[in-house]
Design a binder for this molecule. Structure first.
Ligand SMILES: NC(=O)c1ccc[n+]([C@@H]2O[C@H](COP(=O)([O-])OP(=O)(O)OC[C@H]3O[C@@H](n4cnc5c(N)ncnc54)[C@H](O)[C@@H]3O)[C@@H](O)[C@H]2O)c1
Length: 265
């Protein structure tokens, strides 16, 4: 039976745990949480595991780790896990768009002989995009479309009049790296499309506020020697956090099960 270290027991971490806790192949959870949230995490974990407050000097070595602790953790916790040889599945993919982060994580993987897995999150088509890269991609576009209210509190508010839009409005066009930096709420998807395909600086991102949109949609369009790809997901929100797609949590659950399953899809 496997021991999993779960770094971060917030909305995403708890959802992952809830979906996986009855999997008989998982024997124990080690949950890393901040001191002020440790009691709450301990109560929710019950007999399934224990709370730890550092990834250094762990009494039990986890078989692998899952990061759900936020973008800052990518530069702090995750390199320490990788340097100890602990394979890590990462939710905070957007942090890889920060300057130097990919190189830093790559060096930590090499130092520890560990592997870092990035999850597609709410996106569909990342598998095909990454495969198509093998024969060369001519163009990759990501379009994020949400109702105006979903863009409130973001940089979109200063780029268009979100409160009085009569029609769909493109308020941002730029590279995946620029999108991740300017719109932290969309950083995970922008970075994932960039890293899977043409790279963060060659992938084009368009963000749209659309009064007619019923929900949030993520569309990837790509062309290359492989042919043409166009994939759209209309994402339902996570029950405990309306700003997150439910599919993002399922994507992490899938990555965990892929480490447990005999046959991997
Ligand atoms: N890939 C995707 O599509 C996708 C989708 C949704 C969320 N995410 C990412 O998942 C991450 C978690 O999201 P969330 O909604 O659960 O956030 P959250 O704020 O609800 O939870 C984060 C938890 O991590 C803990 N934490 C943070 N730093 C820590 C540290 N150094 N040591 C111990 N504990 C620490 C916090 O106390 C908190 O409980 C975010 O980075 C988010 O961007 C990715």
């Amino acid at each position: 039976m496997k021991t999993i270290l779960l770094a971060g027991f917030g909305a995403m971490g708890q959802s992952i745990f809830d979906q996986l806790r009855d999997d008989p192949r998982i024997g124990r959870w080690l949950v890393l949480e901040r001191a002020e949230r440790a009691d709450d995490a301990r109560r929710k974990l019950g007999r399934h595991g224990q709370v730890v407050q550092s990834v250094d000097g762990l009494e039990t070595r986890p078989d692998f780790a899952v990061e759900c602790a936020g973008h800052e953790a990518l530069g702090t916790l995750v390199p320490r896990l990788l340097e100890q040889g602990i394979d890590t599945i990462v939710a905070s993919v957007g942090a890889l768009a920060l300057p130097g982060m990919v190189d830093r994580l790559d060096a930590a993987c090499r130092a520890g002989g560990a592997q870092l897995t990035l999850v597609p999150g709410a996106l569909a088509g990342v598998d095909a995009l990454a495969a198509a890269r093998e024969s060369g991609l001519a163009s990759v576009h990501y379009t994020g479309r949400k109702p105006p209210g979903s863009w409130r509190g973001t940089a979109a508010a200063s780029l268009c009049d979100l409160e009085h839009l009569a029609e769909a409005t493109v308020f941002f066009e730029g590279t995946a790296r620029e999108a991740a930096a300017t719109f932290p709420q969309n950083a995970n998807v922008a970075a994932m499309v960039g890293l899977a395909g043409l790279g963060l600086d060659q992938t084009r991102v368009r963000l749209i506020a659309d009064p007619a949109a019923g929900g949030n949609t993520h569309t990837i369009s790509a062309r290359g020697a492989f042919g043409r790809l166009e994939v759209m997901v209309e994402a339902a929100a996570f029950a405990s956090n309306p700003k997150t797609s439910a599919l993002a949590g399922m994507s992490i659950v899938r990555a965990v099960r892929n480490r447990l399953n005999a046959i991997v899809i």
